[in-house]
Design a protein around this ligand. Structure first.
Ligand SMILES: Cc1cc2nc3c(=O)[nH]c(=O)nc-3n(C[C@H](O)[C@H](O)[C@H](O)COP(=O)(O)OP(=O)(O)OC[C@H]3O[C@@H](n4cnc5c(N)ncnc54)[C@H](O)[C@@H]3O)c2cc1C
Length: 347
């Protein structure tokens, strides 16, 4: 029998951040992941502590933000890969009223570091932005492909990754441990993203899948190096390629690209991009959202050795690093999880 402190199921951003916590504190673990692309792989990788619809700070941004910045910088150094590039977001103003609202918001304590009070003029003829841009600072692009492939090979080198579908029926629960096939561990931490709905130990209806689709375009005359936010995000991928989106499809767990989403993205992008482009791809993934927009951490009374780290919604990159620390402190140091992120609120 192989003995570990923890078994982790799923390797998206939740799995990676909890692995890093365990690693930092000298705990042994093995990750079981099926190698299929989850939300992390299909996301835009935008790291943004603000809400650009209403010009407010994201929930708990003041705590999440500095912790996450340090996490990505340290992980980039450790993996010797560029997984995080600082880049502003240019938010296109739709009206003078929006400019006024931005000015008021940029003076608030929680937004002062993020919403620049100087407006930028548009000099890019491929972009339609007569009222210019508000510049969001402190933001970044997480290079999800580097993050996932880099972390997978890091785990493989440590012999800590099993590529397989986890089989829930093979769990045997003991008083102070769990046995899964030939591995015995203190606990299993489930970080399966929206696929957690197939986990028989997870409370029914606690996660609401929200499908998001992107178009990948090639636009040689767009020449945009920063993140651009109009009716949708334009995310530079290099080589004149961009990701545009994403759509929101509540209660949709399918991952096939659709014609409806393509039409929606095209009609929105044409409201602020006026150069020609070629569609070279389309992707779709499912956000693990919750009804109250808060994460789901911890375990339930009936299965104390089965632990969940889920509900990262549409802000996974901002929230996961600090949440992984909260989960670690709950597991190892008996620190209670705050009610608003504790999975027990679902029961
Ligand atoms: C279209 C889209 C755009 C997004 N854009 C952004 C953005 O710009 N910024 C941001 O912060 N967030 C964004 N998000 C949200 C973000 O991607 C998620 O919050 C985050 O990635 C969730 O991570 P996770 O680790 O919980 O799940 P996932 O990334 O889905 O990882 C779960 C992993 O577990 C594996 N797995 C599941 N079940 C099993 C099993 N039984 N056996 C083995 N393996 C299993 C899956 O295959 C997957 O690899 C976006 C999401 C989508 C879909």
């Amino acid at each position: 029998m192989i003995e570990k402190d923890y078994i982790i199921v799923g390797l998206g951003i939740a799995g990676i951040t909890i692995c890093e916590q365990l690693q930092e504190h000298g705990k042994s673990f093995v990750v079981i992941d099926n190698g299929k692309e989850g939300a992390t792989a299909k996301s835009g990788g935008v790291f943004n502590p603000t809400v650009l619809k209403r010009f407010t700070a994201a929930w708990n941004a003041a705590a999440f933000f500095p912790f996450a910045v340090e996490f990505y910088n340290q992980l980039s150094d450790k993996l010797q890969l560029e997984i995080y590039t600082k880049t502003p977001i240019l938010r296109i103003f739709k009206s003078v009223e929006e400019q006024n609202n931005w000015t008021v918001a940029s003076d608030k304590k929680e937004l002062r570091d993020f919403l620049s009070s100087n407006f930028l003029k548009n000099t890019n003829i491929a972009v339609d932005a007569p009222l210019g841009f508000g510049e969001v600072l402190g933001t970044a692009q997480v290079h999800t492909n580097n993050l996932l492939t880099g972390y997978r090979s890091y785990l493989k080198d440590k012999d800590a990754l099993l590529v397989a579908d986890f089989q829930y029926e093979s769990i045997q629960q003991r008083a102070n441990s769990v046995v899964y096939k030939d591995i015995s561990a203190k606990k299993i931490i489930f970080t399966e993203g929206s696929k957690v709905v197939y986990n028989p130990f997870f409370p029914k209806n606690a996660i609401v899948g929200n499908k998001g689709e992107y178009l990948i375009i090639k636009a040689p005359s767009l020449k945009m190096e920063m993140l651009l936010k109009g009716a949708m995000y334009v995310i530079p991928l290099g080589n004149d390629e961009y990701k545009i989106g994403a759509t929101y499809g509540r209660d949709d767990y399918t991952t096939n690209p659709t014609e409806v989403a393509k039409e929606e993205i095209l009609s929105k992008v044409k409201t602020f991009i006026n150069c020609s482009f070629e569609i070279i791809g389309q992707t779709a993934g499912v956000r693990p959202t919750t009804k109250d927009h808060r994460p789901l951490l911890g375990s339930l009374a009936e299965n104390p050795n089965l632990v969940f780290f889920n509900g990262l919604g549409s802000r996974g990159f901002l929230m996961a690093p600090l949440l992984s620390e909260a989960l670690f402190n709950f597991l190892e140091n008996d620190v209670l999880l705050p009610k608003e992120m504790n999975i027990k609120r679902m029961i």
